[in-house]
Design a protein around this ligand. Structure first.
Ligand code: ATP
Ligand code: MG
Length: 399
C-alpha cells in the first residue's frame, strides 16, 4: 500500500496575504531536509504531502521532517481510493497490528462531494475495525488508539499516530541574528529558541588559547553543527580572546573582570554582526543565574551592544533549560568537561550591582580599539551546513 507523509503546519495559516511566502519557504525547507528521500511534494489545506522516494524509510523521513521549523505534526498515512469499503479495509489492516486496547475513529472530510458525512465514515470504519479486531474495544472518551481518516480531493488517507512537530516559523522568514555561543548548556538552547521563529543564525565563539584547549573549541564547532541541523547553514566566527583577558586582568579591578570582558565581546560582535547582515544578537543569559546576569549587570553589557540583544532564556530556570537542551540534542555535547574562556578568568567576588560609570572608567584604561581590531583580524570563520557529518573538516576562512 502506498505511503504518504502528511505534514501539518499551524501559525502560518494566520498570515493573510503573506501566507504564500511562508508556505513556499516551508516547502523549500522540507524539500531540502528530505533530500534524495523525496519523490514528490505538494500542498493543500494547511497540509504538505510528501511522497517518499522508492526504498526510502517513510517513518524515519517523517521523524526527520517533524523537526523542520513550521511543521506542527507529521504522520505516515496509507493512501487509498475514496471508497468507503476500501477505507475500512485499510483501517482494519493498520489496526490489526496495533497493541491491544481501546480505540476511536476520527474523520475529516475535506472533500464535501464525498457522499458520506464525517460521522457516517467514522461509524462505518469503527464498526469494521471492531468486527475484525478482537484485541480492540471502543472508547470514545479516552482511547489508547486513534484511527484517523481524512477524505481529501484526490484520495483518502488513514493513519494511526502522529509525531509532534517542532512548530515555529520556517527558517529564512524572519531575518538573521548572531548567537554568542559558548560551550555551555544555555547558549545553544537560546540559539534554538530564536531560530525556531524562522530566524537564520550566525554564531561567534571567544576562546582563550592556551588557557582553553583545542578540544573546547571543537566542542563549540560540534554545537554549532547540531544547531545547523535545525536552521541551515551557520557561519561560526571563532575569535581569539586571550589578549583581551590578559589586558583586563592586568589593568582593571578583579570584580569588574567579567563585565569588561562581556562589553568587549559585544564590541567585537557588533563588527561581525554588521559584516554578516545580522539584525540582532542572542545570548543564553537568564536573570540571576550568575553575577554577570543580574539586571544591573545585563544593563552594563547591553550598553556596549549596537543591536538589540535577545535573551530567550531570561525568565527560565536551569532545569527548564536543561530539558530543552536534552530535547534538541545539545545537552550531551554541552556537558563535556572542557573549560570556557569566561571561567578561566572568573574573579572570586564579581560585582553584582555594577555601576556603568565605574566600568567605563576602567574600560578607558584599555586599548579597546586595538584589542577589537586585532581580535577581528585573527578571527577564523567555519561554515557549518545541515547534514555535514564531520563538521571538524569543514571550510575554514577569515572574515
Ligand atoms: P552558557 O551555558 O551558554 O555557557 P552560562 O550560564 O555559562 O551560559 P555565562 O558564561 O555567564 O553563562 O555566559 C552568558 C552568555 O554569554 C552565554 O550564554 C553566551 O551567550 C555568552 N558567552 C559566554 N561565554 C562565551 C564565549 N566564550 N563565546 C561566546 N559567547 C559566550
Ligand atoms: Mg558559559
Amino acid at each position: 500500500m502506498d505511503k504518504i507523509i502528511l505534514l501539518k503546519y499551524g501559525e502560518i495559516i494566520l498570515k493573510g496575504l503573506n501566507r504564500p511566502v511562508f508556505e513556499d519557504k516551508l516547502m523549500k525547507n522540507i524539500r531540502s531536509a528530505a533530500g534524495g528521500d523525496l519523490a514528490k511534494i505538494s500542498k493543500a489545506q494547511a497540509t504538505v504531502y510528501v511522497e517518499p522516494a522508492q526504498g526510502a524509510d517513510a517513518e524515519a523521513l517523517a521523524e526527520r521532517l517533524s523537526k523542520v521549523f513550521g511543521v506542527v505534526s507529521a504522520a505516515v498515512a496509507t493512501v487509498t481510493e475514496k471508497d468507503l469499503e476500501k477505507i475500512c479495509a485499510v483501517a482494519v489492516a493498520l489496526a490489526g497490528v496495533a497493541q491491544p486496547g481501546t480505540f476511536k475513529v476520527e474523520t475529516k472530510r475535506a472533500d464535501k462531494r464525498f457522499p458520506y458525512t464525517s460521522p457516517q465514515i467514522s461509524a462505518a470504519v469503527g464498526e469494521a475495525v471492531y468486527e475484525a479486531c478482537d484485541h480492540l474495544t471502543v472508547n470514545v472518551q479516552n482511547p489508547d488508539l486513534l484511527v484517523k481518516v481524512e477524505v481529501r480531493d484526490f484520495a483518502a488517507y488513514v493513519y494511526l499516530s502522529k509525531i509532534a512537530g517542532v512548530g515555529g516559523m520556517p527558517t529564512g522568514t524572519s531575518g538573521r541574528a548572531t548567537l554568542l555561543l559558548s560551550g555551555g548548556i544555555d547558549s545553544p538552547v537560546a540559539g534554538y529558541m530564536v531560530a525556531k521563529r524562522g530566524v537564520e543564525l550566525d554564531a561567534v565563539h571567544f576562546y582563550s588559547y592556551p588557557y582553553t584547549s583545542e578540544r573546547a573549541k571543537d566542542k563549540v564547532i560540534e554545537l554549532a553543527s547540531l544547531l545547523s541541523g535545525y536552521c541551515g547553514t551557520i557561519r561560526l566566527s571563532v575569535v581569539p580572546f586571550t589578549e583581551v583577558q590578559l589586558e583586563i586582568n592586568q589593568k582593571c579591578p578583579g570584580e569588574q573582570m567579567t563585565l569588561l570582558m562581556r562589553r568587549i565581546m559585544m564590541y567585537i560582535v557588533n563588527h561581525i554582526a554588521a559584516q554578516n547582515g545580522s539584525h540582532a544578537l542572542i545570548t543564553g543569559e537568564s536573570i540571576g543565574q550568575v553575577a554577570s546576569q543580574t539586571i544591573e549587570a545585563l544593563a552594563v553589557t547591553d550598553d556596549a551592544a549596537k543591536l538589540p540583544v535577545f535573551r530567550p532564556l531570561i525568565g527560565m530556570d536551569k532545569e527548564e533549560i536543561v530539558q530543552i537542551a536534552r530535547k534538541i540534542g545539545t545537552f550531551e555535547t554541552s556537558i563535556l568537561p572542557y573549560e570556557d574562556c569566561c571561567t578561566v578568568f572568573t574573579p572570586k567576588h564579581p560585582s553584582t550591582k555594577p555601576k556603568l560609570e565605574k566600568i567605563l572608567q576602567s574600560e578607558a584604561l584599555l586599548d579597546v580599539e586595538g584589542l577589537v581590531r586585532r581580535a577581528i583580524a585573527e578571527t577564523e570563520v567555519i561554515t557549518l551546513r545541515a547534514g555535514d557529518t564531520n563538521p571538524l573538516s569543514l571550510t575554514r576562512g577569515s572574515l
